[in-house]
Design a protein around this ligand. Structure first.
Ligand code: GFB
Length: 308
């Protein structure tokens, strides 16, 4: 990308899209294009194509998606599969029709099988059954990967796919029913501290292990890959280290300053037991994550406090 290249960030209000915009602006890219939901409904194919016809973006970051935590994925499976399939299909196809130079598609680590060998390598895609709690979302993301690869093969496009691990940071969703674990815990611990509660409820057994990547690190990786990676194969983006939900809860409690106990709600799902990405490919390409988890949680908590 040149500093004056026309760059479209789809989903610029979301956790990932807003971080990509911050990173692009900080890096001196000045010709950025966005549309709000009111201006452009990405589920409407004709409108997406009219937008591409009018703007002709050279580079596309496809960060628009319907996302949510383990419960939202189980409760709204139709929305997760429909919205993601339609949005990504419209944008990938329009990028081909209107000759974008390059597109970066954001997948997810949930594309890998439920019982995938750990850490999960790019080659493990489609090697086993998916985790049922987010299968519709994962199937949509896998379709996006295959669409990018198929367009590259048949049409000679340059569409790359990036698989981030669980993300968190400024711009996250803190709604307790639909959010991911990290923002949920920040909010629960904060409210328990303010309310003087003796304990905080944590879903599941606390035993599943997860890897967490600060979203500004992901944005940095996305720019790096847009500028330095041209292969058809997917690339994992993570930190290469995981911890149990129990350990995570203790760390969030420490950052927030809550001194009470953890109460595990076994009626809530654990989801996939292990989900650690193998990041050796990205490391070999010359990129690694910078933000230690505790520092990232501190920044995310600060952002949450500023929104209150
Ligand atoms: O982050 P999370 O919702 O999604 O849950 P996944 C991770 C783990 O944290 C699960 C536990 O074992 C939850 O039971 N957990 C504990 C909590 N307390 C809470 C809480 O208050 N809220 C939430 N949400 N979880 C997601 C997929 O799976 O991974 C998405 O649902 C996406 O589709 C994302 O792929 C990366 O890590 O299990």
């Amino acid at each position: 990308m040149k500093k004056d290249s026309k760059i479209y960030v789809a989903g610029h209000h979301g956790l990932v899209g807003s971080a990509i915009v911050r990173k692009l602006k900080d890096s001196g890219y000045e010709n950025l294009v966005f549309r709000t939901y009111e201006e452009l409904d990405l589920e409407r194919q004709a409108r997406v194509e009219a937008f591409f016809d009018q703007e002709r973006p050279e580079y596309v970051f496809l960060a628009a998606a319907k996302v949510g935590g383990i419960l939202a994925n189980s409760q709204f499976p139709a929305e997760f599969i429909y919205s993601n399939l339609v949005i990504q299909t419209n944008i990938i196809h329009a990028s081909y029709l209107y000759e974008a130079k390059k597109l970066l598609f954001l997948g997810s680590s949930c594309i890998y099988p439920k019982h995938c060998p750990q850490p999960m390598k790019e080659e493990h895609l489609l090697s086993g059954y998916l985790e049922p709690s987010n299968e519709p979302y994962a199937v949509a993301k896998i379709a996006g990967i295959k669409m990018c690869q198929s367009y590259n093969r048949q049409y000679g496009t340059r569409f790359i796919s990036v698989m981030p691990t669980n993300l968190y940071g400024p711009g996250d969703n803190f709604d307790l029913k639909t959010s991911h674990v990290l923002p949920a815990l920040i909010r629960k611990f904060h409210e328990a501290k303010i309310g003087g509660d003796k304990s905080v409820e944590v879903w599941g057994t606390g035993k599943p292990r997860r890897e967490f990547l600060y979203v500004d690190d992901l944005a940095d990786a996305c720019l790096y890959l847009m500028n330095n990676y041209d292969e058809n194969d997917i690339v994992n983006v993570g930190v290469g280290k995981d911890q149990s939900i129990w350990e995570l809860a203790e760390m969030v409690g420490k950052v927030v300053g809550f001194k009470g106990d953890l109460r595990f709600d076994h009626t809530k799902p654990d989801g996939t037991p292990l989900k650690l990405l193998d990041v050796s490919k990205l490391t070999a390409l010359g990129w690694h994550a910078d933000t230690p988890l505790e520092e990232g949680i501190r920044r995310a908590y600060q952002w949450y406090l500023e929104q209150l």
